[in-house]
Design a protein around this ligand. Structure first.
Ligand SMILES: O=C(CO)[C@H](O)[C@H](O)COP(=O)(O)O
Length: 236
């Protein structure tokens, strides 16, 4: 099973890069997570890799870029990115996403918002069609530390079940993001695709929220690696 999942991740990542990385592209966004490891590997094998600048979505992503001999850039230098590749925790029928399982959602959304296109890479477990159906840990929400109790109350009023993400067993106390903030995972049950944008807007409006892990209208393509070795390609 674990081997099958790993093969599916590699399959989706390699196919996504092979189909979408064009010789005209210069600035590439590289996301976070275990599937993106294969994206960075494949981009690192490109014949024109020395022409490329790669913009990371966090510490892990930065290391992937360096380890694959690629040139690092930042959104500060490159606010216009040709194409970004990133993983997802769950994908719905509109290519709405839950992201932030790795606590990198703010920089992931920043890079996605800077990119002309966002291509999602994922194994078959993520493609459930409805957010909150397979990913039962809740929507990751990055909050300013001083605001976590206030935002937790606000989220409960919106019908969610908020839990501050713990750093245990590696760290006592909350997970601290690459931006020095906390993550609240908030379970809203299944979120129908047509209601994701509205819920995202309500959470985003709460004072203390930096960003939500609901990605709406950002992904244009998804490559799903299937257990039988095939790839499902989705576009919106
Ligand atoms: O959003 C993310 C990190 O914040 C990741 O992209 C998401 O968790 C998917 O990771 P993986 O490819 O390991 O399943």
């Amino acid at each position: 099973m674990a081997d099958l999942v790993e093969k599916s991740k590699k399959l989706s990542a390699y196919a996504a890069v092979d189909d979408n990385l064009l010789s005209t592209h210069r600035v590439i966004g590289i996301g976070s997570g275990s599937t993106v490891v294969y994206v960075a590997e494949r981009v690192g094998q490109a014949s024109n890799k020395s022409d490329l600048v790669c913009v990371p979505t966090g510490f892990q992503s930065r290391q992937l870029i360096i380890d694959n001999g690629l040139r690092l850039g930042s959104t500060e230098e490159y606010p216009e990115i040709d194409i970004a590749f990133d993983g997802a925790d769950e994908i719905d029928t509109n290519l709405g996403l839950i992201k932030g399982g790795g606590a990198c959602l703010f920089q992931e959304k920043l890079v996605a918002a800077c990119s002309k296109q966002l291509v999602v890479v994922a194994d078959y477990r993520k493609d459930t069609g409805v957010l909150g159906k397979g990913w039962r840990k809740g929507v990751p929400i990055e909050v300013v530390p001083a605001a976590y109790t206030k935002v937790s109350l606000d989220l409960a009023k919106l019908g969610g079940k908020p839990v501050v993400r713990s750093g245990l067993p590696a760290k006592a106390g909350p997970v601290v993001t690459d931006n020095g903030n906390f993550i609240i995972d908030c379970d809203f049950g299944e979120i129908p695709p047509a209601q994701v944008a509205e819920l995202n807007a309500k959470i985003k409006a709460l004072v203390g929220v930096v960003e939500t892990g609901l990605f709406v209208g950002l992904a244009s393509k998804a490559y799903i690696g299937n257990a039988d070795g095939t790839i499902t390609k989705k576009t919106v």
